[in-house]
Design a binder for this molecule. Structure first.
Ligand code: T3D
Length: 267
């Protein structure tokens, strides 16, 4: 049933979203992308959720767009009109990528296997990316006559520089998790057997932290990439000024002075 294309679990302050089409390596159909977007919206609106963790069911994270999905699969009938796959990007991938990047809580990806095409770029768009040691990443697009989407053209050169970004995008070769970590594409590689527990422990840690400060940190870093040094300093000051009025700042300093564990509440 379509309700199960994304499995949703709540673990304290952590909302776990599991991509759930293991028989097709969690390749995205329009229905699945719609459900993922809804799940992210629901997590964003739920004040008890302070971190989102995304992983995949089965042996893959996601093989990217489902190439058999009738929304995009080119018809093999002679004379059939070609489909505009830009429609899929406009209606599904772009809103999803924007939603991920602007979540009011940190988003962690636990990449449990292969992440290809939009599956890889969706993972790279998360705030932290953990991968099991047998996971791999590939920009599969060039092999089927497309270019990297779901933010790939923006993310890749920023993460690894133009030369390596072009190599990954043009050749479309599979990159092992350790190499992805070495290049700076992902945060950390862990043994496969430890991936889910480690990811949940990090997600729980993030959920206990001052959420607003974390989200503003993401914003400041993203904005700073577009700014000169002085405007970046000014943006830091403006955001810091707002955080200075927050409950969590008062609580953080008070807890430090009292030598106790802080109880952060802002979101
Ligand atoms: O089109 C638009 O809307 C524009 C947006 C594009 C975004 C994109 O993501 S484009 C890129 C789409 N993805 C790909 O091109 C990746 C295609 N898949 C692969 O290259 C390989 O399957 C993998 C490298 C991911 C994994 O290889 P492997 O050897 O571990 O598994 P496999 O045997 O190739 O696949 C297992 C099954 O999953 C197989 O089905 P079967 O034979 O067991 O019934 C295979 O057909 C299916 N599968 C894998 N990827 C896809 C898929 N089915 C549909 N769509 C897929 N993307």
């Amino acid at each position: 049933m379509s309700e199960h294309l994304i499995q949703i679990e709540q673990h304290g302050g952590v909302r776990l979203l599991r991509l759930n089409r293991p028989e097709a390596l969690n390749a995205f159909t329009a229905a699945m992308l719609g459900q993922l977007r809804q799940a992210l919206e629901a997590a964003a609106e739920d004040s008890a959720t302070r971190c989102v963790l995304i992983t995949g069911a089965g042996r893959a994270f996601s093989a990217g767009q489902d190439l058999a999905d009738p929304h995009v699969a080119p018809s093999r009938e002679p004379g059939a009109a070609p489909k505009d796959i830009g429609h899929m990007l406009d209606h599904y991938y772009i809103p999803l990528a924007l939603r991920l990047r602007s979540m009011p809580v940190p988003v962690l990806a636990a990449v449990n296997g292969v992440a290809a095409g939009a599956g890889a770029n969706m993972a790279f768009g998360c705030d932290l990316v953990l991968a099991g040691e047998s996971a791999s990443f590939l920009q599969a697009f060039s092999k089927i006559g497309l270019l990297p989407d779901c933010g790939g053209t923006w993310l890749l050169p920023r993460l690894v520089g133009r030369a390596k970004a072009l190599e990954l995008a043009l050749l479309g070769d599979k990159l092992k998790a350790v190499e992805a970590e070495r290049l700076g594409l992902i945060s950390r590689v862990v043994p496969d057997a430890e991936l889910q527990d480690t990811a949940m422990a990090i997600a729980q840690k993030l959920a206990g932290m001052p959420t607003r400060a974390l989200v503003e940190t993401r914003r400041a870093l993203d904005e700073a990439l577009k700014l000169d040094f002085e405007p970046a300093l000014k943006l830091e000051a403006a955001l810091q000024s707002q955080l200075g009025f927050s409950h969590d700042y008062l609580e953080g300093v008070a807890a430090f002075m009292d030598k106790r564990k802080p109880e952060f509440k802002d979101r």
